[in-house]
Design a protein around this ligand. Sequence first.
Ligand SMILES: [Zn+2]
Length: 81
Amino acid sequence: MARTDITITVPGSKPGTSYEIKEASDGSWYCSCPAWKNQKLPAEWRECKHMTQAILAVVNLGNHVVGATEAAKRRTGAVAG
Ligand SMILES: [Zn+2]
């Protein structure tokens, strides 16, 4: 059964801003913030504070973190399901 995309919205550092972190059905994670987009790394090695927040939120909800980026997993201690 295909997994569905998960989108988590987290507040940005500036008032009134927010960013969307998406875990795509293929397990890839994306953030809509410029800091993430501008990193010259493969997507699975990129991280930003929003992504860390989002992954922690998912972990706190008791869900598996299947495709969390390697960098974010190291930071959060999340274990891939
Ligand atoms: Zn971000």
